[in-house]
Design a protein around this ligand. Structure first.
Ligand SMILES: Nc1ncnc2c1ncn2[C@@H]1O[C@H](COP(=O)(O)OP(=O)(O)O)[C@@H](O)[C@H]1O
Ligand SMILES: [Mg+2]
Length: 257
């Protein structure tokens, strides 16, 4: 029944009849919800607890910065939310979809349509040009070629790179490569962007522009944004900062409105 109330409240909000419910909706409509999520890796004889029963709720449209020392579980957390990895135990619900119950087919559909991933190392295809790289996720969603290229062109425009469409990654600067990878994340029109140290390979000025772009997408398109970062300035811009240590959230700071 919970889905019905959420649906009803969203409908009321969209219709504009009930704008004062905005605050209430923030508490009801969790876009991402983790309950006691743990992840255990086995490496030879070693057992590694990457996440130790983590609880987390992220509201639709939030910009969350995830901060913590190396090995604290930041990437594992993002991979589990993005459906790239599955938890050892616990429950993960994203946009009303229970990922912990999803089968392989469902999970790959989810990965391909609901979330956009941005990596520190860009992960672009070296022999494809920018447009082809951005269009790639649409191949898996079986979008026809001409439509793919049109959508990829629009995504490149959104990140301010329309005039670089025919350049291969080696012909682009680091900042431009990361913009291409953001366009690739956007092209499937996801509700959530997950970025794992997106400025880690960029100089600070270029990194700031990338964060400004992500932040703008969050504000203007209402995308829910989770960014793993070591950069305290990014944390300043986020609506919330989460501090991780040893696979748990050990601190939280909300941005004063
Ligand atoms: N595929 C894996 N196999 C074994 N151990 C892993 C794997 N991925 C991550 N780990 C371990 O889990 C812990 C958390 O890793 P990670 O989530 O990558 O941390 P962070 O991103 O905060 O640096 C680390 O101790 C790491 O070595
Ligand atoms: Mg990491």
């Amino acid at each position: 029944m919970v889905w019905f109330y959420r649906f009803f409240i969203r409908l009321l909000l969209k219709s504009g009849y009930w704008p004062t419910m905005d605050k209430f909706n923030q508490y009801v409509a969790a876009m991402i919800k983790l309950e006691k999520v743990s992840k255990v890796y086995h490496l030879g004889d070693e057992t590694i607890h990457a996440l130790r029963g983590m609880d987390l709720e992220v509201t639709d449209g939030e910009f969350v910065a995830i901060i913590g020392p190396s090995g604290s579980g930041k990437s594992t957390l993002l991979h589990i939310i993005g459906g790239l990895d599955t938890p050892t135990s616990g429950r993960v619900v994203v946009d009303d979809q229970d990922l912990s119950q999803a089968g392989d087919g469902e999970l790959s559909r989810y990965r391909n349509r609901s979330v956009g991933f941005v990596f520190q190392t860009f992960e672009l295809h070296p022999t494809y040009n920018a447009l082809e790289n951005v269009a790639l996720p649409l191949v898996f969603s079986r979008v026809p070629r001409s439509k793919r290229l049109q959508m990829a062109g629009e995504a490149l425009e959104t990140v301010g790179l329309a005039e670089r469409a025919n350049h291969r990654p080696s012909q682009l600067s680091g900042g431009e490569r990361q913009r291409v990878s953001i366009a690739r994340a956007l092209v499937v029109q996801p509700k959530i962007i997950l970025a794992d140290e997106p400025t880690g390979n960029l100089d600070s000025k270029t990194g700031d522009r990338i964060i400004e772009l992500l932040s703008q997408l969050n504000r203007e398109k209402g995308l829910t944004l989770l960014v793993v970062t070591h950069n305290s300035e990014i944390a300043e811009q986020a609506t919330r900062a989460l501090y991780l240590r040893d696979g748990l959230v050990v601190g939280e700071r909300r941005h004063p409105d």
